[in-house]
Design a protein around this ligand. Structure first.
Ligand code: ADP
Ligand code: MG
Length: 389
């Protein structure tokens, strides 16, 4: 068990909290505040303990220098509404003006520092930047699971310099992912979809060690079909991974469940004429864009029987309504399964949110890339650096 923010005696102390406020912003407004909401338990806990939270996050991909497009002001505004407490937004993350502002701070509410990626030292884990950040506080809490796969100044750098602990969200992420990977209640069904097999090969490999059944949907399926020698038309395929796909199918046997029918169309666009065909009869000039109804029914049976579910990656091009039915069907099935369900991946989570079923999942991971690396069994530097209790 990692040391928890709850193990700290933080009363009256300044606590630097690395949060993941990397949210979408449009015209100066936060358009999806999920990640801000998910950080509230840690912030509220610290406030209830009488601590003085100083928050830091990255936002977007500025190029190591200040960029008005990526200032934290819209985040501060939204946080103020959600928290109902003062949020003092500073226009820098380190430097004399920050030191001074923190000295002048009356300790009410929280301080939000400026975007950490305005500093070139952030992504380089620069010791100078980490020293400056560490000097701002007495304690460090990492609640940014979504950034835990990056060894940056605000994740690993500061944790090496201050007494460090995991925040509540970080703890929840680790707890659910560990439950799935280490002691899943069986049957354990994993569902993988999305665009690229190459990104998720390691994940398939790792899930084959623990899962009872692996359901494959999305574009990923076509690499397997090509490996089986089927005509896949213009469907998305990764030819470099055919051998790998064959090997995985041999290793998995009937634990790997591929689609039986697909929705195909001539183009990936709204209103394109589409039809459903068996997977071994895809017309040469068509592309597969969703799993078909028979596949949904087949997957539903597996999902309904599961006690644990891990899901990453949509079953089709769900952004277009005509090709969203497979993903919708799977989402509803997971919601109704009664299983412990963990959903990771930006697009899969967006699909769940679109149907308003987020409350029906046991855990929605805030880290797409981080959750996949965790499932792959990779050590995440931001977690590894946190001390055991
Ligand atoms: P996540 O963000 O959940 O990890 P990915 O980023 O791996 O998921 O994949 C999501 C993308 O995969 C979506 O944009 C979706 O349109 C695309 N996709 C799913 N199925 C297909 C398909 N059959 N053909 C082309 N693209 C697909
Ligand atoms: Mg994605």
């Amino acid at each position: 068990m990692k040391r928890s923010v709850r193990d700290f005696d933080s009363r009256g102390k300044r606590v630097l909290v690395r949060v993941d406020f990397n949210v979408p912003v449009k015209d100066g407004e936060v358009t999806d505040d999920t990640r801000i909401r998910r950080a509230l338990p840690t912030i509220n806990y610290l406030l209830s303990e009488g601590a003085r939270p100083v928050l830091i996050s990255h936002l977007g991909r500025p190029k190591g220098e200040p960029d008005p497009k990526y200032v934290m002001d819209p985040v501060a505004a939204r946080l103020r509404e959600l928290l109902g407490q003062p949020v003092v937004k500073l226009d820098a993350a380190v430097g004399p003006e920050v030191v001074e502002a923190l000295e002048d701070w009356d300790g009410e509410g929280v301080v939000l520092l400026e975007n950490s990626r305005f500093y070139p030292g952030e992504t380089k884990k620069d010791p100078g930047l980490a020293d400056q950040l560490a000097s701002l506080a007495d304690l460090y809490v990492d609640d940014a699971f979504g950034a835990a796969h990056r060894a940056h100044a605000t994740t690993v750098g500061v944790a090496e310099r201050l007494p460090a602990a995991a925040g509540r969200l970080m703890e929840e992420e680790i707890e659910y992912l560990d439950q799935v990977l280490e002691h899943p209640e069986r049957p354990f069904v994993a569902i993988l979809g999305g665009a690229k097999v190459s990104d998720k090969l390691g994940v398939i490999e790792s899930l084959l060690q623990t899962a009872d059944t692996l359901l494959i949907g999305g574009a990923m399926g076509f690499t397997f079909f090509e490996a089986l020698g089927y005509e896949i038309g213009d469907s998305l395929v990764e030819d470099d991974y055919l051998e790998e796909a064959k090997r995985l199918m041999e290793e998995a046997g009937d634990r790997l469940v591929l689609p039986v029918d697909v929705v195909v169309a001539g183009a990936m666009e709204e209103g394109a004429e589409s039809e459903t065909v068996p997977v071994d009869s895809i017309p040469p000039s068509k592309m597969g864009l969703d799993i078909g109804p028979e596949t949904v029914a087949l997957f539903e049976v597996h999902i309904a029987g599961a006690s644990t579910i891990f899901w990453n990656g949509p079953m089709g091009v769900f952004e277009i309504d005509d090709f969203a039915k497979g993903t919708e069907g799977v989402t509803r099935a997971v919601a109704e399964s009664g299983a412990t369900s963990v959903v990771g991946g930006g697009d899969s989570v967006a699909a769940v949110n679109k149907l308003g079923l987020e409350d029906r999942m046991s855990h929605i991971s805030t880290g797409g890339g981080a959750s996949l690396e965790y499932v792959e069994g990779k050590e995440l530097p931001g977690i590894a650096v946190l001390p055991e209790e």
